[in-house]
Structures are given as structure tokens and as C-alpha cells.
Design a binder for this molecule. Structure first.
Ligand SMILES: [Ca+2]
Ligand SMILES: [Ca+2]
Ligand SMILES: [Ca+2]
Ligand SMILES: [Ca+2]
Length: 293
């Protein structure tokens, strides 16, 4: 690698340090992106509600219908099963303590723990993509609101906070920053709204006199760019790779699923060179050795 000066070498070192940071930072972000709509990992069991035993109970089964197993076992209504993103817990609604409350349990039905405890209805739980919080619906303030709480039930907070009816299950954005929900606050039938995860910036998305409900926020599909192209960080489009100049002293402009890109910085940032993972690792090693020496 023909380093022309120590200054340029340092730029490359800095760039790859930043690049490694980006890679480390982007991997969990990508997983979170997948979590909200469809959880990552291999397919697990399907949770569902059945009345086969005389009242609502939560069951799980394998995807091929085998091993149908009852998780709750009481004469109350147990429904609204919702898997945590890591598959370690199932949140659900039950009135087994007389009033509708939100509970969590282990996937085998053990460890049932009540998270809400009041005389109002609490239901429709929805896990945040990182599993740290649960959004739910409650009418504890006299009308239905979207609330959020930590996964252990602490910190229960009113997010929607208005006199209208906000009663449907909310849906987290894949990055966990926003929540889609339903409200009739505009005086006609329900509309889809979005708000920040802290309840600010509540904004209407649909606007008509019909009922709009049941939002489910999906992830952006990640597709590899064709050979000799890369994903432009600004537009998100796959654009051709410029092929002029070596990637020395560049800075990181973008990253794709399998390829790292370094772009010219001390020139005019007009070129971008893809570096395959093994090559990038070799360059990092070379740069680090040179810097140490
Ligand atoms: Ca039951
Ligand atoms: Ca309650
Ligand atoms: Ca309300
Ligand atoms: Ca509407």
C-alpha cells in the first residue's frame, strides 16, 4: 500500500477506526430493524388464544401444529399473547385477578408476573424492538390511552394523553424511535397516527371518515446491490462504483451488507471504492502495523 505521507496514513487509520466503529454500531441497528416487524433468528413457536378448555387460554404450538401446549390454566380470560423480541418472554392480558391486567410469563407458562395493577382495563401489549419497553392500552385515566412501561412494569407513562379514544394495539417503528397508534381525536372515525416513543410530535397519517386501525410497522427490506454498485448513503439507491483513485486517506461514506466502502476525502470525495471484507481486514492490519512502526 503506497502511503505517500504520515498524514495520509493517519487519515486512513482514523477512517478505519471510524469504519470499525460503524460496523460495530450498524450490526445491532440492523437486527433492531428486523425485530420490530418480524423478529430475527430461526422460527420459534406460535402463541395463540384458544377457548378449547372452556375459557380463553394462551397456547403455543410448533409451526407444523405439533406440541400444542397450554400455558395458562385458570377460569379467567387470558389472551393477547405477544412474544418479546428475544423469545424469552410472552406478554399477555388476563383478568385472573378480577381486573384486566398485563402479565409476562416464560415461554413454558412459568413465572407469570403481573405488570399492571389497577381497577382499569390494561391490555394490547406491544414490545419495543429492543425488548426494554412494552406499550399497552389502558383507560385508567378515564379514557383509553397508549401507555408505555419498562419490561418489568416500572415507569408506566401516558404517551397519547388526550380525551379521545386511543384503544387499539400500538406498533413500534423498527428503530424503536416512534410508535404508530389509532385514535378518534379528530371527531370522525379512527385514524392512524404516529408519535415519538416519548409521546411527543403526535401526527395524523390518515384522514378520512372511514375507520383506519390496526397499524403494523414493518422493517425496510435489505437487498444487496448488484456487482460493481453500492448503496448511496444519501438516496439509498444502488449506484455504480467509481473506479478511479486508490482508497488511501478516504473517509467512510457508506456501508453495505457485505462490502465496505471508502471514499476520497482529501481529494474531492468524487470516488468510492468497494473493499471486500478480507481485503479491508488486510488493509487495517497493514495500516495498524505501519502506524505502530
Ligand atoms: Ca383462562
Ligand atoms: Ca388493570
Ligand atoms: Ca385518550
Ligand atoms: Ca379515518
Amino acid at each position: 500500500m503506497p502511503f505517500s505521507s504520515r498524514k495520509e496514513t493517519d487519515k486512513v487509520v482514523l477512517s478505519f477506526v471510524l469504519l470499525l466503529g460503524l460496523v460495530i454500531a450498524i450490526i445491532p441497528m440492523g437486527m433492531q430493524t428486523v425485530w420490530a416487524g418480524t423478529f430475527p433468528g430461526a422460527n420459534g413457536k406460535i402463541a395463540f388464544t384458544s377457548q378449547r378448555d372452556g375459557n380463553d387460554e394462551i397456547y403455543v404450538m410448533n409451526a407444523d401444529s405439533t406440541a400444542q401446549t397450554r400455558l395458562t390454566n385458570n377460569t379467567a380470560n387470558d389472551f393477547n399473547p405477544s412474544w418479546s423480541p428475544d423469545g424469552a418472554k410472552i406478554a399477555f392480558t388476563s383478568d385472573k385477578d378480577f381486573l384486566f391486567e398485563i402479565y409476562v410469563m416464560n415461554p413454558d407458562g412459568t413465572g407469570q408476573t403481573r405488570l399492571t395493577n389497577n381497577t382499569a382495563d390494561d391490555f394490547a401489549s406491544s414490545w419495543s424492538p429492543d425488548g426494554a419497553k412494552i406499550a399497552f392500552v389502558t383507560n385508567r385515566d378515564g379514557n383509553f390511552e397508549i401507555y408505555v412501561m419498562n419490561a418489568d412494569g416500572s415507569g408506566q407513562t401516558d404517551l397519547s394523553n388526550n380525551a379521545a379514544d386511543d384503544r387499539f394495539r400500538a406498533s413500534w417503528s423498527p428503530d424503536g424511535a416512534k410508535i404508530a397508534f389509532v385514535t378518534n381525536r379528530d371527531g370522525n372515525f379512527e385514524e392512524i397516527y404516529v408519535m415519538n416513543a416519548d409521546g411527543t410530535a403526535q401526527t395524523r397519517l390518515t384522514n378520512n371518515t372511514a375507520s383506519d386501525f390496526g397499524p403494523d410497522w414493518g422493517p425496510l427490506a435489505i437487498e444487496l446491490c448488484p456487482p460493481n454498485t453500492h448503496r448511496d448513503p444519501a438516496s439509498g439507491a444502488c449506484v455504480p462504483n467509481p473506479t478511479t483513485n486508490p482508497p488511501i486517506g478516504g473517509e467512510i461514506l457508506g456501508i453495505d451488507v457485505t462490502t465496505l466502502f471508502v471514499a476520497g476525502a482529501f481529494a474531492n470525495a468524487s470516488w468510492i471504492i468497494p473493499i471486500a471484507g478480507a481485503t479491508a481486514a488486510a488493509i487495517v492490519g497493514l495500516v495498524l502495523r505501519k502506524r505502530i512502526s
